[in-house]
Design a protein around this ligand. Structure first.
Ligand SMILES: Nc1ncnc2c1ncn2[C@@H]1O[C@H](COP(=O)(O)OP(=O)(O)OP(=O)(O)O)[C@@H](O)[C@H]1O
Length: 480
């Protein structure tokens, strides 16, 4: 999707939006929402829900698809974008949306402006964009909720990003000013500058290096580790001031692998400065020596991996100071159920989404279909989400050994090459396998294509055709 056709927003009627919202609500527990359900939820004053559905399909805000058991409507990316933008524009936050200025793995970045023409950034999260289709084929990610998770996951990412940005901005960390969010969209300040990966030369590499290292340490002092602190997530202003972007993956300093993430962030900066600016320094921060907790941002933002027992301890300490020694003894007794349990009180939806996130990342990075078969650190196994009700996981919760590292990618590539050269399978065999894989891909594509149907009328034609075939098949059975 290149540009938004916001003009369309003006021509969509109130009832169109009502119907679109009804489909969104229906998708909370239906993958495809039947027209009858949309009509019940939308409760249009003058009826005519069907006409609106058809119009919205024509505008590609909805798509009518074939399900396993029944056909129904699904909100498209564009439809979800419009719902969010409609809300943001009715709150007078966004007045216009311009060109796309950036594309991330899981997001699209647009220029936007308010009524006075002040430029802002609109970040639209598209979680699951790269892996959703594959997961959709399997459909097991729905678990008991049977929801279309891309919608909820994108919203979750936006909420998380906004929360981190707000907390960091309030503590004067150099991040874009958060303005608003709705559904999967985040509105933030536009930073005038260039991402560090595009900067060829620096006036003072040493100064910037120092600032970046200080930033990593002060973030950790506040209880957070960025987790993806690299040249792509740092924007440099004209005065070479670094501004950090992209926070959903932030982890707490109490995370089991906090030291690993911290060191990785530090090494990322060191490596980049060595390669790009030929600047090397022996001075760099170390997790156990230089980090000193001064704030509880991880707890305020519920960053991945913060330990519930640590929050309880902090809460206990507060209560001790408030209520005296008696309060303290009560608290120590209450602590028993929370040992090492991460975010144990997260809402059920969030837990489910976190689990899906984990599954999606496992599938994308490791190509693993059945998570229960993955072995970690010898005997630790990731359980299938459905049976692991009480644990909360997120990508950042993965042990270091499972998360893909840059070196791993390089090593894997090297391995792939060496495997290719020392392969003992005969060329005929390889050819046959490739042909089979191609055929399977072709079948999969054809199946996906067959899921999208043009409209309800096609469902009628289909059922008539099926009936005709059945009639044909049984023609003359009475004669026997
Ligand atoms: N506030 C901003 N001001 C200016 N440019 C921005 C801003 N936020 C994002 N961008 C641009 O958009 C690009 C992608 O943004 P961002 O890194 O947040 O997306 P992402 O999907 O999280 O990316 P990835 O996951 O691939 O790192 C950035 O490299 C930057 O060029």
């Amino acid at each position: 999707m290149g540009r938004f056709n916001l003009v369309m927003l003006r021509y969509l009627t109130r009832d169109d939006f009502r119907v679109l919202t009804a489909v969104e609500m229906g998708m909370k527990n239906h993958e495809l929402v039947p027209a009858s359900l949309v009509a019940v939820i939308a409760r249009l004053k003058h009826g005519g829900c069907h006409k609106h559905l058809q119009e919205l399909c024509k505008q590609k805000l909805l798509s009518y698809e074939r399900g396993r058991k029944y056909d129904g409507y699904r909100l498209t990316n564009l439809g979800y974008d419009y719902l969010a933008l409609k809300t943001l524009s009715s709150q007078d936050i966004v007045n216009s949306v311009g060109n796309k200025i950036g594309v991330g793995k899981e997001s699209d970045i647009y220029l936007a402006a308010d009524e006075e023409g002040k430029e802002m950034v609109l970040k639209i999260h598209r979680l699951g964009r790269t892996s959703f289709r594959k997961i959709k084929e399997k459909r097991d990610y729905h678990l008991h909720r049977k929801s279309s998770s891309w919608l909820y996951l994108s919203r979750l990412a936006a909420v998380k990003e906004f929360a981190f940005m707000k907390a960091l901005h309030e503590r004067d960390f150099p991040v874009p000013k958060p303005i608003a969010f709705n559904r999967h969209c985040v509105i933030m300040e536009l930073i005038q500058g260039q991402t560090m990966c595009n900067v060829r030369e620096l006036n003072d590499p040493e100064l910037l290096y120092g600032k970046l290292m200080d930033l990593i340490v002060s973030l950790a002092n506040a209880g957070l580790i960025h987790g993806d602190f690299n040249e792509f997530n740092i924007i440099l202003t004209e005065d070479e001031e670094p501004i950090i972007i992209d926070f959903p993956q932030m982890v707490s300093t109490t995370h089991a692998d906090a030291e690993f993430y911290f060191d990785r962030d530090v090494q990322c900066v060191r490596e980049y400065f060595r390669k790009r600016f030929a600047f090397e320094s022996d001075t760099y921060p170390k997790f156990h020596e230089d980090v000193e907790r001064q704030d509880n941002l991880d707890i305020d933002t519920e960053a991945s991996g913060f330990m519930k027992n640590i929050r309880d301890q902090i809460q206990g300490a507060i209560e001790i100071s408030e209520e005296g020694i008696a309060g303290a003894t009560d608290d120590s007794g209450d602590d028993t159920d929370g040992d090492d349990e991460e975010c144990g009180d997260a809402p059920a939806d969030e837990r489910e989404e976190n689990r899906y996130l984990q599954r999606s990342i496992m599938e994308r990075f490791l190509g693993v279909d059945d998570i229960s078969t993955v072995e970690v650190d010898g005997d630790r196994k990731l359980q299938p989400p459905a049976t692991d009700e009480d644990s909360v996981t997120s990508p950042a919760d993965f042990p270091a050994s499972v998360m893909p590292q840059r070196e791993d990618v390089a090593v894997n590539r090297h391995l792939a090459q060496s495997i290719a050269t020392s392969c003992t399978i005969s060329p005929e065999d390889i050819r046959a396998r490739t042909k089979k894989q191609l055929q399977q891909k072709k079948n999969r594509d054809a199946y996906k294509k067959s899921l999208v149907v043009k409209g309800e009328s096609s469902a009628v034609t289909r059922s008539r055709r099926d009936n005709r075939d059945v009639v044909k098949q049984y023609a003359g059975w009475e004669e026997f």
